[in-house]
Ligand binder design. Structure first.
Ligand SMILES: NC(=O)c1ccc[n+]([C@@H]2O[C@H](COP(=O)([O-])OP(=O)(O)OC[C@H]3O[C@@H](n4cnc5c(N)ncnc54)[C@H](OP(=O)(O)O)[C@@H]3O)[C@@H](O)[C@H]2O)c1
Length: 315
């Protein structure tokens, strides 16, 4: 998912310690540049243009916007994106047939199925049908399992983007206490696995966690992915912590205007956190950058191309 482009000015830093606002657009732009260079090399030396099939079922305006934005950004780095649209009434069998066809096409390196899917479609069945090598979202159980086993896997884009943001502030994370709030398959669980891989001591909190404030107070790194506007109070944040806010929540403010806010109360965290991502403009741009990264690497793995060309921004 991508954060909307409208941005408000960020509140001024308060308190005694300055908090770095982690500019996701800047970090994503750097990654875009590296992906663009590698795509140009692939085309020049191997005649390969990474290609991404984006599948959209239905006509939801927000989903359409995300899909169009992904296609536009893919083009800027030299990735070809193709749209495949099915009507809102499409059945699991129809979507399955489309995915099977895309699985069999050698010129399709990555397949993205835009979520959410209409209720009549069995999302789990579709996940299993997807060729794990083309699963650039990293949602296939084989990729989730490989990540959990510490094996080379396609890593889900949002958690990967979060880790890159954390690493842009602190390169070595071994021994840090990390709290992931949220345990979804697409954000919370893979995020926890990635932080474990970085040798953090990881706690995963969720809706039944007894004392979230106390858990936050112990964490050197907080990744909030719950989808509740400002549910994490700024005062809960341990001084000096790195805070990554994944939440995208649409609210109506006191003046009656609609806007997007995160899961963390940003103003209250300023002056306590060492660094924090804004919403919008933090995690959202990184998610798309990592999607392009996963597509590029899927194209490298699919061809008879030296695997050393795989772009690994974590190394
Ligand atoms: N920026 C991006 O690129 C991006 C990408 C993906 C998602 N998002 C946003 O990230 C948020 C989370 O997405 P998701 O797909 O992971 O959501 P999800 O599937 O709805 O999962 C939400 C998780 O938060 C937990 N939770 C809910 N209320 C809580 C509370 N009060 N205290 C502690 N935990 C609570 C839930 O616990 P239980 O398991 O106990 O129910 C669940 O594990 C959403 O706002 C979504 O829009 C942003």
């Amino acid at each position: 998912m991508q954060a909307p482009s409208s941005r408000r000015s960020l509140p001024e830093v308060v308190g005694t310690n300055a908090t770095t606002i982690l500019d996701g657009k800047r970090v994503a732009a750097e990654l875009h540049e590296r992906i663009g260079q590698r795509c140009a090399e692939l085309k020049r030396d191997h005649g390969v243009i990474p290609s991404l099939a984006v599948v959209l079922v239905g006509n939801d305006p927000a989903s359409r916007l995300y899909v169009e934005s992904k296609a536009k950004q893919a083009a800027t780095v030299g990735i070809r994106a193709f749209d495949h649209r099915l009507p809102i009434t499409a059945s699991t069998a129809e979507l399955r047939r489309l995915i099977e066809q895309l699985n069999s096409q050698a010129d399709v390196h990555g397949i993205l199925v835009q979520l959410p899917l209409p209720p009549q479609i069995d999302a789990n069945e579709i996940l299993w049908v997807l060729d794990p090598r083309k699963d650039i979202d990293g949602f296939h159980p084989l990729n989730a399992g490989k990540l959990a086993c510490g094996m080379d896997a396609v890593v889900p884009c949002t958690p990967l983007g979060c880790l890159l943001l954390i690493r842009s502030v602190q390169s070595k994370l071994a021994g840090a206490r990390a709290l992931v709030v949220g345990r979804s398959n697409i954000v919370g669980k893979p995020m926890a696995q990635l932080l474990l891989r970085e040798h953090c001591t990881v706690t995963v909190a969720h809706s039944r966690t007894r004392d979230l404030a106390a858990e936050c107070g112990k964490a050197d790194i907080v990744v909030a992915a719950i989808g509740r506007p400002r549910a994490i109070a700024g005062a809960w944040i341990k001084p000096g912590a790195i805070v990554i806010d994944v939440g995208i929540n649409r609210i109506t403010d006191a003046s009656g205007r609609g806007r997007v806010v995160g899961d963390v109360e940003l103003d209250g965290a300023l002056g306590r956190a060492r660094a924090i991502t804004p919403v919008p403009g933090g995690v959202g741009p990184m998610t798309i950058a990592c999607l392009l990264l996963n597509t590029l690497n899927a194209a490298i793995r699919a061809g008879s191309i030296d695997n050393r060309l795989i772009l690994s921004p974590l190394q």
